[in-house]
Ligand binder design. Structure first.
Ligand code: SAH
Length: 514
C-alpha cells in the first residue's frame, strides 16, 4: 500500500490589518486552503476568501489575555493537519517572521518532515509609519531603521535588546509590543543618550478604520499615551521622521475617517456603497437587512415567457429584477433574441446599464428614477390596452402596476426574486445604537428602511427616536426618504440624482462641510 500523501503548510503574512494589504500570493493560497489557522492580529475580513468547506481555527494569542491555544498546541495542530493530507494556511498578522514566532512554527514543521512555504507580509511597523504619515527613512533625517521588541523589560538583566547601542545606533526605532513597558523604554533610551526632545509617535490598530495616533517626545509620550487611553496593539515610532506627519498625514485626514456608517443593503449590492464609503475612510458596519433569494417557483414568469411576443412593454424596476429575469430566461433555453418584440423600460440608469450587459438596450428611461417616474413616463406614451409585464420582487410597492392598470393597461406582475430578512445580527445592531457608536445609517430603498426598523425592534416611536437621536440618516431618493419620515425619523442627506455614487458624494460633502 502506498503511503498517504502529506499535506503542506503555508505560513502566510496577513499584513497589518487593512485586508487590502495581503499579498497576491497570500490571497491565492487562502482561496485554496482546506484548513486556516489564524491569529488575533490577522484581519478577519480576509477569511472571506477561504472556501466555505474549509476548516477555520482561531488560534487567538493576545498579549495579556489568556491564549486560546498555546504555541505548542498550534505547532502540533499544523503538523497533524498536514499529516492528514490537508493544505493548511497558517495566517499570521503582519509578516510571519517578524516577532510572530513564525520561525519557531516552521522549525517544528521542518523537523517533522512537513512540506512548507513562507509568504512574507507587510509588517505592522512599515504600515503604521506609512498610515500615520511617517516615512520610516528619509534622506534628510535618517539612513537607518531598527525594529525591536518592547516585550522585555529593558532594565531586566539578560534582555535580548541592546538598548545602550540602539538608543543612538539607529535613526528610526520602531518598537513592537512596547505599550506596557513604554515608561521604561523611553527612560532607557534617554539614559543611553537619545535626546529627550526626539519625536515619538504611537500608532494603534494601524491601517484599520480604528487607527489612532498620538505624537509627543521621549519626555512626554508616556503621559500622552496614558491620558489618551491607548492600549495594545500599538507600535512606538521614535525618530526625527515623526515630524513629517504634520505635513503628510493622509490616512486619518480622509473625510470619512473614523465615521461608523451602517450600510443596509443586500449582501451583493452592499459592496458598491461600502467600497465608495471606505474609499473615503469610513468604517462601514454592514447590516445586510435584506437577503435576495430566487423564487421557489417561476410559474407566472414561465408562462409569460412562452408568449413574450404578445407584450408591448417589459418594465424592469430593479437590478435584481433584471438579473433573475435573465437567469430564468436562460434556464429555459432562451436568450435576448426572445425579447425583440416588446419595448423595454428601465427604472433608472443602473438598471438600464445592467440590461445592456445582458444584450438589451432600454427604450425608455424616466426623467425621475422611481416607480412613479416610470409610471408617468409610460402614461405619456399612452398605455391603454397595452400588455405590460413587470418582472420584480415578490413583495414590492404596487404603485406602478396600479397606476398603469388605472390607465387601462393589462399588467402582469411576475415575481422573479424575494427579499428575506436574516435573523441574528439584531442584538449587535441594537447595542451599537445604544452605545452611541453609530454616526450614520444609509438607506438605499424603502425595504432597507423597514427591514432596519424591524431589526432595531424599538418598542415605540419615541424609543426609536431616542436610539436614532444622534444618528445622521442618508436616503438615496425621495421614496426611501418618505419611508424614513413616515416612521417619525428625519433625513439629513439625500442626493439629487438617486444613484450610489451620488449618495457617496453627498455623504462626503456632508462631513467635509462640518
Ligand atoms: N508579525 C507581526 C507582529 C506581531 S507582534 C508583524 O509583522 O506586524 C504583535 C505586535 O505587533 C503588537 O503588539 C503591536 O506592537 C504590533 N502590531 C501588529 N499589528 C498592528 C497594528 N495593526 N497596529 C499597530 N501595531 C500592530
Amino acid at each position: 500500500m502506498s503511503k498517504k500523501r502529506n499535506g503542506k503548510v503555508y505560513l502566510v503574512g496577513a499584513g497589518p490589518g487593512d485586508p487590502g494589504l495581503i499579498t497576491v500570493r497570500g490571497k491565492f493560497l487562502l482561496q485554496r486552503a482546506e484548513v486556516v489557522v489564524y491569529d488575533y492580529l490577522a484581519s478577519p475580513k480576509l477569511l472571506k476568501y477561504v472556501p466555505k468547506e474549509a476548516e477555520l481555527i482561531y488560534a487567538g494569542k493576545k498579549g495579556g489575555v489568556k491564549h486560546t491555544h498555546t504555541q505548542e498546541e498550534i505547532n502540533q495542530m499544523l503538523v497533524d493537519w498536514a499529516e492528514s493530507g490537508k493544505m493548511v494556511v497558517r495566517l499570521k498578522g503582519g509578516d510571519p517572521f517578524i516577532f510572530g514566532r513564525g520561525g519557531e512554527e516552521v522549525e517544528v514543521l521542518a523537523k517533522s518532515g512537513i512540506d512548507f512555504e513562507v509568504v512574507p507580509g507587510v509588517t505592522s511597523a512599515t504600515a503604521a509609519a506609512t498610515y500615520a504619515g511617517i516615512p520610516i527613512t528619509h534622506r534628510e533625517y535618517t539612513a537607518s531603521v531598527a525594529f525591536l521588541t518592547g516585550h522585555e523589560d529593558p532594565t531586566k538583566p539578560g534582555s535580548n535588546v541592546d538598548w545602550e547601542k540602539l538608543a543612538t545606533g539607529a535613526g528610526t526605532l520602531v518598537v513592537y509590543m512596547g505599550i506596557k513597558n513604554l515608561p521604561v523604554i523611553v527612560t532607557n533610551l534617554m539614559k543611553h543618550g537619545r535626546d529627550p526632545k526626539t519625536p515619538v509617535a504611537v500608532v494603534r490598530w494601524a491601517s484599520t478604520p480604528e487607527q489612532r495616533t498620538v505624537v509627543g517626545t521621549l519626555e512626554t509620550i508616556t503621559d500622552i499615551v496614558r491620558e489618551s487611553g491607548i492600549k495594545p496593539p500599538a507600535l512606538i515610532i521614535v525618530g526625527e521622521v515623526v515630524k513629517l506627519r504634520e505635513t503628510i498625514d493622509w490616512f486619518e485626514k480622509r473625510p470619512l475617517f473614523g465615521k461608523r456608517i451602517v450600510v443596509t443593503r443586500t449582501r451583493e449590492q452592499a459592496s458598491e456603497l461600502m467600497a465608495g464609503l471606505e474609499e473615503h475612510g469610513a468604517n462601514c458596519l454592514e447590516y445586510s437587512t435584506i437577503k435576495i433569494e430566487p423564487m421557489d417557483s417561476y410559474e407566472v414568469l414561465d408562462e409569460e415567457l412562452e408568449r413574450l411576443d404578445e407584450y408591448h412593454w417589459i418594465l424592469f424596476t430593479s437590478l435584481n429584477g433584471v438579473k433573475y429575469f435573465f437567469e430564468r430566461l436562460y434556464a429555459k433555453g432562451m436568450d435576448a433574441r426572445s425579447m425583440k418584440g416588446p419595448a423595454i423600460a428601465a427604472v433608472g440608469k443602473a438598471t438600464a446599464d445592467l440590461l445592456l450587459d445582458y444584450g438589451v438596450r432600454a427604450d425608455l428611461l424616466p426623467a425621475v428614477f422611481t416607480g412613479e417616474g416610470l409610471a408617468e413616463a409610460l402614461l405619456d406614451q399612452g398605455v391603454e390596452g397595452r400588455n405590460v409585464l413587470i418582472p420584480r420582487a415578490e413583495k414590492a410597492r404596487e404603485i406602478l402596476p396600479e397606476t398603469l392598470r388605472g390607465a387601462g393597461a393589462q399588467v402582469t406582475v411576475a415575481p422573479v426574486y424575494k427579499n428575506v430578512s436574516p435573523e441574528g445580527k439584531r442584538e449587535q445592531l441594537r447595542q451599537e445604537l445604544e452605545s452611541g457608536k453609530v454616526d450614520m445609517v444609509t438607506f438605499t430603498s424603502s425595504s432597507t428602511v423597514s427591514n432596519f426598523l424591524s431589526m432595531v425592534d424599538a418598542d415605540s416611536s419615541s424609543e426609536l427616536r431616542r436610539l436614532m437621536h444622534e444618528v445622521t440618516i442618508a436616503a438615496i431618493g425621495p421614496i426611501t426618504a418618505k419611508t424614513v419620515t413616515d416612521n417619525g425619523l428625519h433625513v439629513d442627506i439625500q442626493p439629487e440624482s438617486h444613484t450610489i455614487p451620488e449618495l457617496v458624494h453627498e455623504i462626503v460633502a456632508f462631513y467635509s462641510n462640518k
